[in-house]
Unconditional design. Structure first.
Length: 196
């Protein structure tokens, strides 16, 4: 995806609240700074990431992984690989690596059920900028996360990767009580409104 197409995609996104609007503005300013925005070695202020909120085929359960390094239940997602420039491709690859699920379908249907905008870019479901704490080889930095909503084919059984301590389907109706992560709670509220 070209930098111009990426910027148009973020500009076209409609934030749900002031927090998501602030994330959108931070991502736009970051994109305007130029350079390789997916380079995970770019720590000032951070880099783009892609993540996947995954519903089961019934639309009643959301898949979360227990992230080993952060010790929290989160949606699958992460860094772009060298040469990747499309956050949707990053989100799909990371979701497959972290859950073993193939055949994910975007929930955002706009033109013929593809979820693609007129310029070919997949529509994000949510935007979030969050801090990642320092660790041995990395300073503290930001993840400027572009998030997508997917549904699995029927009968899928996910499998946890080595990056996580567990994987589980969590009922959407109880997730607001389960998660203390503000960005997950906002996104779950958006998902519930989207599917109702």
């Amino acid at each position: 995806m070209s930098p111009a197409a990426l910027r148009r995609m973020i500009v076209a996104h409609s934030p749900a609240d002031a927090e998501e609007e602030a994330s959108r503005e931070t991502i736009l300013a970051f994109l305007d700074s130029g350079g390789n925005v997916f380079d995970r070695r770019r720590y000032a202020p951070g880099h783009l990431t892609g993540s996947a909120f995954i519903l089961d085929a019934s639309g009643k359960n959301l898949l979360l992984v227990h992230h080993a390094r952060l010790d929290r239940w989160l949606q699958p997602g992460g860094h772009g690989e060298p040469g990747e420039t499309d956050p949707y491709a990053v989100a799909i690859r990371e979701a497959q690596e972290e859950t073993g699920i193939t055949g994910l379908q975007s929930c955002l249907s706009t033109d013929g059920g593809t979820g693609r905008r007129g310029d070919g870019a997949m529509r994000p479901f949510d935007l979030d900028v969050h801090a990642i704490p320092a660790r041995k080889n990395e300073p503290a930095h930001l993840h400027l996360d572009i998030r997508y909503l997917f549904v699995t084919p029927a009968g899928i059984r996910p499998a946890a990767s080595a990056e996580s301590r567990g994987i589980a389907w969590k009922p959407l109706l109880s997730l607001l009580n389960f998660s203390t992560d503000a960005s997950i709670r906002r996104t779950v509220s958006k998902i519930r409104a989207f599917i109702e």
